[in-house]
Design a protein around this ligand. Structure first.
Ligand code: F6R
Length: 609
């Protein structure tokens, strides 16, 4: 995850920008840069590698401006070179960016056609040129930003500094966090990726909502929403001592972690894809001859196991690789025979789960190559694996896994495509198409998050249920299991997940007017089959809640509540549909007054059998 800072101050800001960037180092980065206004003219200093390299550049060529922006970059589009480091600038403005601009190729082609010359491989540079282009057409900086933002697809946070505008800094947020800080001294104003970056300067903050942009001057902050209408954003005080485990503007870590997903999924994808080339680019060599591998074994627990169930569809479809998957606690005692030189994949957020670790050791003893998908780089599983493939979700504090799950899915999708290529199942074009679909995921997740109000409205009703049934087909079947697991663990309502086709083989006996049936059904090849199952529920008076694409027809003659998701290409819909599934559980639990972050009887890391 890249880090963003911006300052309008009264003293030279370059040192303070670097200090703030240092506090964002935990997010990971591979180059850094700052830009300030030197007597009104934009000047920037950038360096690949660690912040000390940037400091050395600044020591050799100091900057003295009192308005500036800074950035630590985690490379997505293009290598971590000085040219690709942010800020990206042209004669009119400099911009720093966190996230992915999904439609950057189209925008770049369009802007090239208008004579704009690009110097980097990044997606960010199109933002600089797009806004400059609008200014070239006579718009003011604020109007140019307002006109440009709706053209950007993806998930992003931006900070923009303008040539000749000593008293103006603009921030924008859509799917990646951004916070404004109000300095103790009147007129000092800050922008940052998180409160931690701004901790040395201020504890008085206001968070941007998704779709917002903010116009900062030394007189204050003017917030505008996605329709360019002025809005108020609450000021909050966040003491420095709690910043390391900061909930931001959220009531619970779980809510914060749900909202972080566009950003952390983008970051995870960026680590495993070459977005410029539109191909998978694993940062390690597969430890087996993928073309010869007869089968892949997966073991995990709880939500991580469900991630494996989703991935099975992808490995089988995109790599034609048979998958054997089981919950780790069963797998380890079954003592299955395993071929030497085969591959076992373990999935775990913590990397410490006792049963999963036991499977790892068992498979290793059987001569298998071990790949673990883990979120904690220093964990036991990471250390004991041949390959530790890291999900870059950042620390997950809420006990119920959310962002770790979707990052696991993102990484597993990349792995499935890598196997598909290595096994000759996917050609270059197919791989590029699927990678383009994956790159769209963070933006779609940001869209999905905007359905939160609708979900909150449904939660009140759900909270009165004694039991809830979740149904899905294809990759939505494991999501149905995940929905039921999430709801049980944090609201304590009994819930079951079923493959929709199994309904009439038993669970339909439960259906009556008191049973909410949540149907997860993206508008894909099995959608119509799921509609038939819904008819069966409606005919028995069941209460249907359908989560589907906004353009999916669902007029089947029964009463139904819908959660309309953005229309999307279907292969990786599970990553996006995880969002409403998590939010249903979260809001139901909150409505019932439960502690969503620390549900009773559960621990974050299960190190006992
Ligand atoms: C559910 C949940 C658990 C974990 C499971 C495995 O929300 O969080 O089911 O997924 O305990 O934990 P890890 O991934 O750390 O191995």
């Amino acid at each position: 995850m890249c880090g963003i800072v911006g300052i309008l101050g009264h003293e030279p800001v370059a040192g303070a920008l670097v200090e703030a960037l240092r506090r964002l180092e935990y997010r990971g980065y591979d180059s850094a840069g700052v830009a300030t206004l030197e007597n009104g003219r934009l000047a920037r200093r950038r360096a690949p590698g660690k912040l000390k390299n940037l400091e050395a550049v600044l020591a050799a060529e100091p900057l003295h401006g009192t308005s500036g922006i800074g950035h630590t970059r985690w490379a997505t589009h293009g290598k971590p070179t000085e040219t690709n480091a942010h800020p990206h600038a042209n004669g009119r403005l400099a911009v720093v960016h966190n996230g992915i601009i999904e439609n950057f190729r189209e925008l770049r082609d369009e802007l090239r056609g208008k004579g704009h010359a690009f110097e980097s491989d990044t997606d960010t540079e199109v933002v600089a040129h797009l806004i400059a282009d609008a200014m070239g057409g006579g718009l003011s900086p604020v109007d140019a930003v307002a006109a440009s933002l709706p053209r950007l697809k993806g998930a992003f946070a931006l900070a923009i500094l303008f040539n000749g505008e000593e008293d103006l800094l603009i921030g924008a947020r859509d799917g990646a966090p951004l916070v404004v800080g109000f300095g103790e001294r009147n007129g000092d104003i800050y922008l940052g990726s998180d409160a931690l970056a701004l901790a040395p300067f201020t504890d008085e903050l206001a968070y941007l909502d998704d779709g917002d942009f903010v116009i900062l001057t030394r007189q204050g902050a003017e917030f505008r929403d996605a329709r360019n209408q002025p809005v108020e954003r609450r000021h909050v005080k966040t003491p420095t001592s709690v910043l390391l485990v900061d909930k931001g503007n959220y009531r619970h870590f779980m809510a914060k972690e749900i909202h972080e997903q566009p950003e952390v999924v983008a970051r995870t994808l960026a680590h495993y894809l070459d977005m410029s080339e539109g191909r998978v680019a694993l940062p390690f060599a597969l430890p087996v001859d993928a073309a010869q591998l007869p089968q892949l074994t997966i073991a995990a627990c709880g939500t991580a196991y469900i991630a494996g169930l989703v991935a099975r569809y992808w490995f089988e479809r995109f790599a034609r690789l048979p998958v054997e998957i089981e919950v780790a606690s069963e797998f380890r005692y079954r003592e299955p025979p395993m071929r030497r030189g085969g591959m076992t994949l373990l999935i775990s957020q913590s990397g410490e789960t006792a049963d999963t670790l036991a499977c790892l050791r068992y498979a290793k003893a059987q001569g298998q190559k071990i790949v673990s998908v883990v979120n904690v780089a220093t964990s036991t599983m990471a250390r004991e694996s041949d390959i530790a493939a890291l999900t870059l979700a950042g620390p997950e504090i809420g006990v119920a896994s959310t962002k770790a799950f979707t990052c696991q899915l993102a990484l597993l999708a990349c792995l499935a495509l890598a196997f598909g290529r290595a096994r000759g199942v996917l050609d270059k074009k197919q791989e590029a198409e699927l990678v383009t679909e994956l790159m769209a995921i963070p933006g779609l997740m940001a869209e999905a998050i905007r359905r939160e109000n609708r979900i909150e409205m449904l939660a009140g009703n759900l909270s009165r249920a004694r039991d809830v049934l979740y149904l899905g087909r294809g990759t939505s079947y494991p999501l149905a299991l995940e929905g039921a697991l999430k709801l049980k663990e944090i609201s304590y309502i009994h819930a079951e997940g079923y493959a929709a086709g199994e309904l009439k083989h038993g669970p339909i006996a439960l259906v009556d007017k008191d049973l909410p049936v949540i149907v997860i059904a993206p508008h894909d090849g099995v959608y119509d089959k799921t509609l038939s199952n819904m008819q069966e529920v409606a005919a028995r008076g069941g209460r249907l809640i359908l989560i589907t694409d906004a353009d999916a027809p669902h007029d089947f003659g029964g009463d139904i509540e819908t959660i309309a998701m953005p229309a999307m290409n279907v292969a990786f819909s599970a990553i996006v549909y995880a969002v409403p599934v998590q939010m249903i559980a979260y809001h139901t639990a909150v409505f019932m007054g439960k502690d969503a972050d620390q549900p009773r009887n559960l621990a974050k890391s299960v190190t006992v059998e």
